[in-house]
Design a protein around this ligand. Structure first.
Ligand code: FCB
Length: 448
């Protein structure tokens, strides 16, 4: 048997979720409405009319869920806080019961020996703020920093890893350009303005977090996608570079270089947002780590008729795909990590999400056999290990997701969990991949 690949002794093995996708209890204990409550309750927005009203009922079952994590041997848990639970109107009055929930969750995790990684914004903006323009309103960036301060004041003695935002590209572009996510708008100039305010809010939140959480590590999570040209024709090489600018550099460059990429500024002359003189200095305040969500690569060709902002289209090469129709491409993770290390000199990295959706079923013995997910996780961990061996400061890996949950516009049709959830009964069944991942975490390594 080939030798096990060992990870550094302090490597973090975690699982990830987000508030709207698992909590349920959408109207309980003083929680305000979020844009995802509003969006999922709007007919036609989510597949099958699914909503997060109940989801995995984690709000009521967190004790059981933490016990399950512990039984698997998981070392860390990345979860998000629902802003409207903490501040039902988005700014102003605090809802103590909302903060209490996260306080109890953090204590349960620590008692189980599981390190909490907190994401402050995983897409569930208070609807009251959307009614005031949402992320298109610059004031929301300041209010986000106030909210971050409130949460850090309550949890900062025990939580030492903070992520301001999850995937600002998705918030800005899928929510405000493509319109498939809340708030469901399609306005290019607004989308780019939203992206700017998200980045600004990240920069503004760092100081209050650090002031309340001594010795903490604070960062941001981006969805990053390595881009490959569909051919070696110049037009396709340029198309891949534009798509890279759109998804990756539009966020990496302001955060880590303090400027927006020149080529994209020129391309988007008509829609670039107003930027105040100090904004980029705020946005590029030093972070302790960058969180990377990696699922797939994209193969890009030039297409006059394609996306009008970019004139690109995606090509789907033969290969293995998950039920999200995302190509399985583990080498892309290695290349991405190497690029972040070489081109951006990031101080530290965590893979804050990586995983795959497959059509899991419970068999006659009550078991969920998911060899494809095991293969997916293993192959990506092998590439992560390779990157560490080549000098990348990768500190941990979080599998998406701890359990099956509400997959946004896809509702409950996409199962990403290491734990199967029967949404009718709320029964949890550990999949083979869950046991496999727990063993990898315990052994601090994987078989190649
Ligand atoms: C990411 C999201 C996460 C989950 C996975 C599949 O974009 O951060 O909430 O939906 O995709």
């Amino acid at each position: 048997m080939a030798q096990r690949l060992q990870f550094p002794h302090d490597f973090v093995w975690g699982v990830a979720t987000s508030s709207y996708q698992i909590e349920g209890a959408w109207q309980e204990d003083g929680k305000g409405e979020s844009i995802w409550d509003r969006f999922s309750h709007t007919p036609g927005k989510v597949l099958n009319g699914d909503t997060g009203d109940v989801a995995c009922d984690h709000y009521h079952r967190y004790v059981e869920d933490v016990a399950l994590m512990r039984s698997l041997g998981i070392g860390a848990y990345r979860f998000s806080i629902a802003w409207p639970r903490v501040q039902p109107q988005g700014h102003g009055p605090v809802n103590p019961a909302g903060l209490d929930f996260y306080d109890r969750l953090v204590d349960a995790l620590l008692a189980a020996g599981i390190r909490p990684f907190v994401t402050l914004y995983h897409w569930d903006l208070p609807q009251a703020l959307q009614d005031r323009g949402g992320w298109g309103n610059r004031d929301v960036a300041r209010w986000f920093a106030d909210y971050a301060h409130i949460v850090a004041r309550r949890l900062g003695d025990r939580v030492k890893h903070w992520i301001t935002h999850n995937e600002p590209w998705v918030v800005a572009m899928v929510g405000h350009l493509i319109g498939e996510h809340a708030p469901g708008l399609q306005d290019p100039a607004l989308a780019v303005r939203v992206a700017h305010h998200l980045l600004l809010s990240h920069g503004l939140a760092l100081e209050p977090i650090r002031s309340e959480s001594a010795g903490c590590q604070a960062g941001i999570t981006l969805n990053l996608i390595p881009m490959y040209p569909a051919s070696d024709k110049g037009a396709d090489l340029d198309a891949a570079a534009r798509n890279d600018g759109f998804v990756n550099r539009w966020f990496l460059d302001p955060l880590l270089r303090g400027r927006y990429p020149e080529d994209m500024l020129a391309l988007w002359e008509q829609i670039v947002p107003e930027v105040d003189p100090d904004d980029l200095a705020v946005i590029s305040r030093p972070i302790d780590f960058l969180g990377v969500n990696y699922y797939t690569r994209q193969v890009v060709k030039h297409d006059q008729e394609g996306n009008p902002l970019l004139q690109v289209a995606l090509v789907h090469p033969p290969g293995e795909y998950t039920t999200m129709n995302w190509e399985v491409y583990p080498e892309g993770l290695y290349e991405l990590l190497m690029r972040l290390h070489r081109e951006y000199a990031v101080p530290a990295l965590y893979i804050t999400e990586n995983g795959a959706a497959y059509p899991d079923v419970v068999d006659a013995e009550g078991r969920v056999r998911d060899p494809k997910r095991v293969a997916y996780l293993r192959s990506h961990l092998v590439q992560a290990h390779r990157a560490i061996a080549d000098g990348v400061p990768l500190r941990g890996y979080f599998a998406w997701s701890f359990m099956d949950n509400f997959e946004w516009a896809h509702g409950y049709s996409q199962r990403f969990g290491l734990v199967y959830v029967d949404f009718a009964t709320q029964e949890r069944i550990v999949k083979d991949s869950g046991r496999w991942f727990g063993e990898a975490a315990q052994e601090n390594g994987v078989e190649p």
